[in-house]
Structure formats: structure tokens, C-alpha cells
Design a protein around this ligand. Structure first.
Ligand SMILES: Nc1ncnc2c1ncn2[C@@H]1O[C@H](COP(=O)(O)OP(=O)(O)OP(=O)(O)O)[C@@H](O)[C@H]1O
Ligand SMILES: [Mg+2]
Length: 160
């Protein structure tokens, strides 16, 4: 488990951009945290870190899925408005989650219930108030170097 503390949306984006450099394709990131926690901001940084256009990133609250071109394609989901796992299945989203290609970033993944149990996911949890956020990341097994972020005091704990 790795923990970060950020003091602005820009810093959260920076953490995400840094993590993006370790992605190889096939990863599913589950982003959790309440309304306004910074899940979409995190995806903005992720897309930038993958060499895509961060200005294209918007909340897929109504579209349900946005797709961005980058070093790896990014599939950005927001399951908030869906009723449960059946609807996720009806929409055919599993194909993306299980494809092993690109990067899936999923907001409100808890709506899909046990769908994630058979998948190796990266869990990103955001919490905090004002401009402060604690970002906890689990499942970064292959990732090695947080040196720069530790130096900047943004990475506060790396206990993998
Ligand atoms: N440290 C921080 N990290 C991320 N966002 C921050 C931070 N401080 C302030 N913010 C602000 O919090 C808001 C986060 O909004 P964002 O749309 O990313 O949240 P969200 O988790 O995707 O919400 P929703 O569940 O509604 O989709 C933005 O207005 C952003 O500027
Ligand atoms: Mg959002």
C-alpha cells in the first residue's frame, strides 16, 4: 500500500501522471472516494502522464464511458448512475475490463459489486477536505520508484 498527500488538484494530477509511467496496458484502476474527491482529476493526470491530451478528460457521468487516445488508450468509466452489476453487464463494459488492453479508470466501481473479484485491480482511494487529499493506492506490485515524489513530500508512505 502506498500513500500520498496532496494539497491541490494539480498535485493529485501529478501523482497520477507519475503512476501512469508505470502502466503497461491491461490495468484496471478503481477510483473510490465521495463526490468531488478528485477521481476525475486523477484521470486527467493519468491521461497527461500517458502522453494524451488532458483537456479531453471530462466526467463521463452521462456518457458513462469516455475514451482518450494516448500511449495506451484510456477508457474512463463512471458507474454512478447505473443500477447495479446487471446494467454494467448489459452495457458490455466487462469486455473492456477483461480485455487486458489499454487502461481502464473506473469511478464508482462499487456499483459493479463482485465483478472485480476475479480481476487484478489497482485500487485508488481519495479522501480529504478543502484542498487536502490523502490518496491510498493498492496493487502497484510492479512499480518501483517513488523517489521523486517522496523527496517532494507527496509520497508519505510506501509499504508494499
Ligand atoms: N488535492 C486535491 N486533489 C484533487 N482535487 C482537488 C484537490 N483539492 C481541491 N480539489 C478540487 O476537488 C474537485 C474534484 O473534482 P472531481 O470532479 O475530480 O471529483 P470526482 O471525485 O470525480 O467527483 P464525482 O464523484 O462527482 O465524479 C475539483 O474541483 C478540484 O479542483
Ligand atoms: Mg468524477
Amino acid at each position: 500500500m502506498t500513500e500520498f498527500e496532496t494539497h491541490s488538484a494539480a498535485q493529485t494530477e501529478e501523482v497520477a501522471a507519475f503512476l501512469a509511467s508505470g502502466l503497461r496496458g491491461g490495468e484496471v484502476l478503481l477510483l473510490s472516494g465521495g463526490l468531488g474527491a478528485g477521481k476525475t482529476a486523477f484521470v486527467r493526470g493519468l491521461v497527461r502522464g500517458l502522453g494524451g491530451d488532458e483537456n479531453e478528460v471530462s466526467s463521463p457521468t452521462f456518457a458513462l464511458m469516455n475514451q482518450y487516445e494516448a500511449r495506451l488508450p484510456v477508457y474512463h468509466f463512471d458507474l454512478y448512475r447505473l443500477s447495479g452489476p446487471e446494467e454494467v453487464e448489459d452495457l458490455g463494459f466487462e469486455e473492456y475490463f477483461f480485455s487486458g488492453e489499454g487502461v481502464c479508470a473506473v469511478e464508482w466501481g462499487q456499483v459493479a459489486g463482485g465483478l472485480w473479484d476475479s480481476l487484478k485491480v489497482i485500487r485508488v482511494m481519495l479522501a480529504g477536505e478543502g484542498e487536502e487529499r490523502r490518496i491510498t493506492v493498492e496493487g502497484l506490485h510492479d512499480f518501483t520508484d517513488f523517489g521523486r515524489l517522496i523527496q517532494h513530500g507527496v509520497c508519505v508512505r510506501d509499504a508494499r
